[in-house]
Design a protein around this ligand. Structure first.
Ligand code: FMN
Ligand code: SF4
Length: 564
């Protein structure tokens, strides 16, 4: 890579025994995708050519994706950031004395961000789960421990399995994979179940649009996930854990495998976890790229070597899961929240949040947004604060028109609903869901009829085919929306679409078919103008969405189907 305007870095007669300059650059896939490897290599070769003692630590991500590649330098214990550092900016940063840590000159550089901890986006977060991410080498167990890692497991080893389950229950932690089911109750069920061999399965399929928190955590703090899963194993009496990672996450797979090997080597995994005489080990399994394989029973089918098709419940995976044995299935973020709960106590976690949404949520800001990235905060922040204030509005500079929260099955919210707090119940009350915390922003150029069509098309493409409302309904949905868009007997089309959504919501076996009506109906309810002339039955449509369709009754039923 060429670095324009780079002057020679070493000066004649410069003392040889300088202090080592410590730099930090993320190796997270999102940073690598915008050139972080190239920047790190260019800095390393420049340091080598100048014989300057520079140490570059490749870290996880800070989650401020619009600032990547982000280069940090440590001076007197403070980390100063510079970003985004494109190749054409790097030359001037090096010329400003990066390799000699000439702080005064560096701070005056146009890409200077000041102390990283003080950047508003980071300073305003409550990082309980992502507290270490972006700080150190994710594969250094030493760094993990120095930054507080391992204390949760230590505490868990001093408790009985039932006491661990109690602590998780008291924390109020709810599954972060989408359904929001209380983690403690799930663990209790498996703890009380009998089986020759119990399993702990981590759902790292992360297929929701605009989400990347699982990936960021697996790449940026893999020991945390291993610790959380080990605690789950101790709690429920499982000796075996499996992490089901989507194949599109090669960096995460490499990081996890390396961290598992280290954990085995030092005895944190294996037949005698941390000298406790209790066994637990973890393996990584790679998915084959189907969205539905994120659904827990389809995931189990896939893990067992079959095509990912949803299983009817009961039996719940907690009773008969992997290979028919009692199985805990949790999302990456659910497991990753557990070490904090154990080390700091259930109350310390439950003190954050609102209502029945306790603790923090790693929210992922994506789509057309200026400051896209990961923002971990206590439940309760409003959608408007997230989009306008934290996210800085759209990247295009145009007005925000719609926001889809909760992945491809989540509702579209118009600006009028921006006062909705990030909370499971508050979103549900407005016919939405927070799901895995993905927030995708659209500006005023979006065509919501096309988005509704996309939702149906996505469902048709990803349907496992087991039940008719989803398998056939989604294709009929695409055809119906096409007719509406073309203006062919729009009134009849809208009525048919409404009925179809109703059937899918109430007749589908899992949330893929059952929740696809959320984006469709919310687009129709909040943006009727994109579907042509207002339809006489729209007020009734709204009523029905609240009552049953996307409303509480259906949500409770679908959540019930999702429970383990
Ligand atoms: C179509 C579909 C896709 C899903 N994808 C995921 C996923 O990628 N990751 C995930 O953790 N949960 C996903 N879920 C939810 C899981 O079925 C399950 O509720 C979750 O793994 C339980 O873990 P939790 O309690 O920690 O959230 C999906 C559900 C459905 C219906
Ligand atoms: S709703 Fe769709 S994905 Fe779910 S079981 Fe039925 S066909 Fe399969």
């Amino acid at each position: 890579m060429t670095i324009p305007f780079l002057k020679p870095s070493s000066r004649p007669g410069e003392e040889q025994h300088r202090r080592v300059v410590r730099l930090f650059i993320s190796k997270d896939a999102a940073a690598v995708a915008v050139g972080a490897d190239l920047i790190a290599a260019a800095i390393a070769s420049s340091a080598a050519a100048s014989s300057l003692p520079v140490e570059i630590t490749r870290t996880g991500s800070r989650g401020m994706l619009w600032l990547e590649p982000l280069v940090e330098i440590e001076c007197d214990g403070v980390r100063y950031g510079f970003g985004p550092i494109e190749p054409d900016v790097l030359g001037s940063l090096l010329n400003a004395g990066l390799l000699r840590a000439e702080l005064k000159r560096l701070i005056a550089h146009p890409a200077s961000l000041g102390p990283v901890d003080k950047i508003d986006y980071l300073a305003r977060q409550t990082r309980l789960t992502f507290s270490r991410c972006g700080i150190a080498d994710p594969l250094s167990l030493e760094a993990y421990r120095a930054l507080g890692g391992g204390k949760g497991l230590e505490k868990a080893l001093s408790l009985t399995p039932a006491a661990i389950v109690d602590e998780v229950t008291k924390s109020g932690l709810r599954g972060r994979g989408g359904a929001g089911f209380p983690t403690g109750i799930k663990w209790k069920t498996v703890h009380e179940a009998t089986g020759e061999q119990k399993y702990v399965v981590c759902n790292a399929d992360e297929g929701d649009s605009g989400t990347f928190a699982d990936r960021m955590l697996m790449e940026g703090d893999p020991f945390l996930l291993i610790e959380g899963m080990t605690i789950a194993g101790l709690a429920v009496g499982a000796r075996k854990g499996l992490i089901y990672v989507r194949s599109e996450y090669p960096h995460a797979i490499v990081a996890l495998k390396a961290a598992i090997a280290t954990a085995r080597r030092v005895g944190l995994l294996g037949p005698d976890v941390a000298g406790s005489k209790r066994a637990f080990d973890v393996e990584v399994r790679t998915g084959a790229g189907a969205y539905v394989c994120g659904e827990e029973t389809a995931l189990l089918e896939s893990l067992e070597g079959r095509r990912g098709i949803v299983r009817a419940k009961p039996p719940l995976p907690a009773h008969k899961g992997l290979f028919g044995q009692p199985t805990v299935i949790n999302n990456v973020l659910s497991f990753a929240a557990v070490p904090f709960i154990l080390s700091e106590g259930a109350n310390a976690y439950a003190d954050y949040g609102m209502g029945r949404s306790r603790g923090t949520m790693p929210i992922q800001l994506a789509g057309n947004i200026r400051h896209g990235g990961l923002f971990e905060t206590a439940f309760g922040i409003t959608l408007g604060e997230l989009i306008d204030d934290i996210g800085g509005g759209t990247a295009s500079g145009r007005p925000v028109r719609a926001v889809q929260v909760g992945g491809p099955l989540g509702a579209y919210f118009p600006r009028a609903l921006f006062d909705t707090p990030f909370d499971y119940e508050a979103f549900a009350a407005r016919d939405g869901l927070i799901g895995h915390g993905g927030v995708v922003v659209f500006d005023d150029t979006v065509d919501m009829a096309k988005q509704a069509r996309f939702a149906m098309e996505f469902c048709a493409l990803e349907s496992c085919g087991k039940c008719t409302p989803c398998r056939i309904g989604s294709t009929r949905g695409v055809e119906t929306i096409d007719r509406i868009i073309r203006g062919e007997d729009r009134a009849a089309g809208l009525t048919a679409l409404e009925d179809l959504c109703h059937t899918m919501k109430f007749g589908s076996l899992c949330a893929l078919g059952g929740f696809t009506p959320y984006p469709v109906m919310s687009a129709l309810t909040h943006f009727p103008e994109d579907f042509g002339a207002p339809h006489p039955s729209l007020p009734r449509l709204r009523g029905r969405v609240r009552e049953g369709g996307c409303g509480k009754g259906q949500r409770e039923r679908t959540r019930g189907r999702n429970q383990t």
